[in-house]
Write a protein that binds this ligand. Sequence first.
Ligand code: PPY
Length: 356
Amino acid sequence: MDELIKAWDGECVIVSHDRPSGAWIFIAIHSTKLGPAIGGTRMKHYSELKDALEDAQRLAAGMTYKWAAAGLRGGGGKAVIALDHPLDQQERASLLRRYGTLVRKHRGLFLTGPDLGTSSEDMDIIAQEAPSLVFGRTLEAGGGGNPAPFTARGIFTALETTAQRLFGKGGLSGKKILVQGAGSVGRELIHLLQGCGCEVLFSDIEEETVRLHRNEKGLSFVPPEAVYETACDIFAPCAVGGVLNEESIPRLRCRAVVGGANNQLAAPEDARRLQDRGVLYAPDFVANSGGAIALIGIETRGWSREEAMRRVVKAVRDNLEAIYRTADHEGISTDEAARRLAQRRIDEGAPENEDS
Ligand code: PPY
């Protein structure tokens, strides 16, 4: 773990061991150049503790770029709660309260919200201990609620923008889209795609989810091991990170990758690998920025939900079009183009982009 911290380009990592539950907590602060670090709290089991630290670090860096590309004054951070064993509801709630206390003690260095393994209800609990440092509480508690519909709308916009570039006027209509992961975001995305005449294929590892989508929604199921070599127009990874790697990229049979998962590229070189294979990649931190943009807008700027939806669509479309243009003109990967866009805003200490 010392090597991970030494090699990291971020600012600091807050580490805490929660003795009552045995969980480890890592809050990775990547950059506060544009503002306090803001990022979700992920809660899950990791087979090795160092994977949890690495996840926090990589996700925090992703948030730096996400806020900067969106033109919002937020810094990059992410928290990971690495569970030692499954917790019952009460143990889980008290862990979240202790975690809330930890967040409060840092007095606004880090603000948080929901992520994989945590819900708006969990945010309500954390916020009891860390008021005004938590986004995405339930609507009843006065928060912005579940960000998944906004995230899915942003990904859908990214799919439309990409389809327009690749297939012209017809856009997404009649196109075959493979969605990997029908969780909270994937499920919403599938719904949007079905509404616009796409042929939707899906994959998931949860039996219950597979049954629901296959039987009740009549969708074609692709077994997890067959995802990468399944022919489709656009592949939409909405599950775990690292799915685009040295091993999977040569197997892809799609024209583009546009999805919601964080950290889709296993390594920076994978952007070039995709480009060499002629696969257009929508950088993840742009495609999946909808939830983050909406929660900040709704909770700090008084946007209505309709206004938030409009802003998400515009931010994702404008950014992605600019990124595709730059990548073309400069002969660089789309990931590189997106990072340059974000880095420019960081270097300028960008004033808040009122358009986004
Ligand atoms: C993400 O987009 O990965 C997030 O972590 C979203 C988010 C949004 C608002 C507060 C915290 C995290």
